[in-house]
Design a protein around this ligand. Structure first.
Ligand code: ATP
Length: 368
């Protein structure tokens, strides 16, 4: 019987449980044994009871649960060959040679590295005398498939990552709440949302709530951003608007690459002559990551989980490691490292202040 393991890694996102449920049940449906690796790569390296066989009923009710019920962790040991050797040993001890990983670009990079190194890890186990060549024969290749779990929607090559629409819904809900009180007191609110390298959440929340102004890393504001923002806010106020909402992504910067902070924006709105708005800052923080997955993320998690099991069973030693994406409403398999490298290019472009290039590399196009 083929044994397939599922794990979640990196930052948690709503929908990860839906992924685990779909993978476990699809694997069982296709006559395989399903395993969960608890605590991300930490569980793979430590083994023992962190690798558990799962039955159909073990994942009952998981579809709507937020976070990841099998845990996630950052694992330094997996950056080292010794850690990955321990991981290989643990997988073989359980008879597993197919792994599905749901995580961000770091986790997927680690997965691809592990798969590429696998043959030499197996040879090392044989050279150590831990297993004979005959025992290792069924484990010459490791098949890995990636799924993208992230609230930031920051992986290139997919229209949506699992969790991003839940986080967006939560941000919109929070801003709706803030708007009621802002309007009552005629106040301004600067709302900080997650997104160090990717402004998708801030951008889409801005569109969905009709915010007055947004700041995102890919499109740094020009030197005159102070005048520009105050001018727009003033104009909106003149039109009778009693509330001001400015959304700022964590990674917001200006053209010189200097950080733009919520405090800077607040001080400006409060101190600017003619505006002098009673301004508050709301940092949404981890509220954005918590809670149940919205319908879209449950659907994405389920359809992609099913596809991941198919992909891991169909993979051959020759096929490059794939990641399951969604493009124009179709679930698609793509070479994992291409998606990861394209993602890194965006971060690099922002770092090198090549902002137009960064915007061009993003899948979402918009104009002001
Ligand atoms: P997030 O988007 O939330 O940051 P991520 O998957 O990118 O998620 P990382 O912290 O980058 O999160 O990676 C998670 C784990 O994946 C690391 O702690 C490490 O165990 C493993 N990992 C990441 N990159 C590598 C790599 N190059 N080689 C081996 N393992 C890696």
């Amino acid at each position: 019987k083929k044994k397939i393991a599922i794990m979640t890694s990196g930052g948690d996102s709503p929908g990860m449980n839906g992924v685990v449920r779909a993978c476990v049940r699809m694997a069982i449906h296709l006559g395989c044994d399903a395993y969960c690796i608890y605590e991300g790569y930490e569980g793979l390296v430590r083994g023992g009871d962190l690798i558990r066989k799962m039955e159909w009923h073990d994942v009952r009710g998981w579809l709507s649960e937020g976070g990841t019920l099998i845990g996630t962790a950052r694992c330094m040991a997996f950056f080292e060959r010794a850690g990955r050797l321990a991981a290989a040993r643990n997988l073989i001890a359980h008879g597993i040679d197919a792994v599905i990983i749901c995580g961000g670009d770091g986790s997927l990079t680690g997965a691809d590295r592990f798969r590429a190194e696998w043959p030499s890890l197996i040879e090392e186990l044989e050279a150590n005398g831990e297993y004979t060549a005959l025992q290792l024969e069924p484990y010459r290749h490791l098949n890995i498939v990636g799924l993208v779990g992230s609230i930031d929607n920051d992986l290139s090559g997919t229209d949506a990552t699992i969790g991003c629409y839940s986080a967006l819904a939560r941000i919109c809900y929070a801003i709706d709440l803030i708007e009621a009180t802002a309007s009552s007191h005629s106040r301004a609110f600067v709302v900080e949302v997650m997104g160090r390298h990717c402004g998708w959440l801030a951008l889409m929340a801005g569109v969905a709530t009709g915010a007055d102004f947004i700041f995102i890393p890919e499109k740094p504001r020009e030197d005159n951003w102070r005048e520009e923002m105050c001018g727009i806010v003033e104009q909106h106020r003149k039109l009778g608007k009693r509330k001001t909402i400015v959304i700022i992504a964590e990674g917001a910067i200006d053209r010189e690459g200097n950080k733009i902070t919520p405090n800077m924006v607040k001080d400006l709105l409060a101190d600017k002559k003619g505006l002098a708005l009673d301004t508050r800052i709301t940092t949404l923080g981890h509220v954005q990551r918590g809670g149940t997955a919205v319908a879209y993320d449950r659907m994405l998690a389920t359809l992609q989980g099913v596809e991941a099991v198919r992909a891991v069973l169909e993979a051959t030693p020759e096929t490059p490691t794939c990641v399951i994406t969604i493009n124009e409403n179709k679930i698609v398999r793509k070479p994992l490292m291409e998606a990861v490298q394209d993602t890194k290019k965006v971060a690099q472009a922002i770092e090198n202040q090549k902002f137009d290039e960064a915007m061009g590399l993003r899948d979402t196009e918009f104009s002001e």
